[in-house]
Design a protein around this ligand. Structure first.
Ligand SMILES: Nc1ncnc2c1ncn2[C@@H]1O[C@H](COP(=O)(O)OS(=O)(=O)O)[C@@H](OP(=O)(O)O)[C@H]1O
Ligand SMILES: Nc1ncnc2c1ncn2[C@@H]1O[C@H](COP(=O)(O)OP(=O)(O)O)[C@@H](O)[C@H]1O
Length: 209
């Protein structure tokens, strides 16, 4: 809920549609959600690289550039996670307005918070990608050694250990990284984006009808 009053939205002459036309592609958010270690960062980096090389205008938001800056006053309580996701949702919306394909990589453990982000965007602007991975596999990977710390009681309220993760109810896409390798998962996401008209079909003639 906004606490500001007497604020009037100032329309820009350069619209989102004009920016999309200039960029020659739709703008949207690819919202990666999943447990720590499921592969959100790895996948978003790899997918962004592919999109960038195809000539799309992209930007990636993840913990390093958000929790160390914009959200450096937030921790991991339920309230702080909700505020974290709310701000990231609003920043993503601005980026979509700027014509970018935006990729976000946050645990975003609560269904209601993800739904809230979905609702501030148009239906085809929010693509929820559930990076599904068993806790057992995430814990085995433990790329930052945080599961070991959580199990040892050195981190309290760690997602999947003693804090909840609510699985997406109706994601646009689920990639199961327990069984699939990185290349296969990237391919699955790119195929979805092609099929849904966000990027040109592989092999389609350039400038064709
Ligand atoms: N308590 C607790 N629970 C979960 N994760 C923790 C915690 N403390 C620190 N970390 C590290 O912070 C990263 C998750 O930050 P997010 O901003 O994605 O979290 S959230 O969406 O607000 O829940 C997460 O990074 P990823 O491993 O990339 O998911 C962890 O490295
Ligand atoms: N299919 C896959 N997709 C993404 N990462 C994978 C996959 N298979 C194995 N991995 C590995 O899992 C780890 C995931 O770590 P990371 O991307 O930091 O996860 P998160 O951002 O969700 O915490 C990396 O070491 C990555 O190489």
């Amino acid at each position: 809920m906004s606490s500001s009053s007497n604020i009037v939205w100032h329309e820009s002459h350069v619209t989102k549609e004009a920016r999309q036309k200039l960029n020659q592609h739709k703008s949207a958010v690819l919202w990666f959600t999943g447990l720590s270690g499921s592969g959100k960062s790895t996948l978003s980096v790899a997918v962004e690289k592919e999109l960038f090389e195809k000539g799309l205008r992209t930007y990636r938001l993840d913990g390093d550039n958000v929790r160390h800056g914009l959200n450096n006053n937030l921790g991991f309580s339920a309230e702080d996670r909700t505020e974290n996701i709310r701000r990231i949702g609003e920043v993503s919306k601005l980026m979509v307005d700027a014509g970018l394909v935006t990729l976000t990589a946050f645990i975003s453990p609560y269904q209601a918070d993800r739904q809230q982000v979905r609702e501030i965007l148009a239906p085809d602007e929010f693509i929820e990608v559930y990076v599904k991975c068993s806790l057992e596999t995430c814990e085995k990977r433990d790329p930052k050694g945080l599961y070991a710390k959580a199990r040892a009681g050195e981190i309290k309220g760690f997602t999947g250990i003693d804090d909840p993760y609510e699985e997406p109810e109706n994601p646009e896409l689920t990639v199961d990284t327990t069984s699939a390798g990185l290349e296969e998962s990237v391919k699955q996401i790119l195929q979805y984006l092609e099929k849904s008209g966000y990027i040109p079909q592989e092999g389609a003639a350039e400038g064709g009808n």
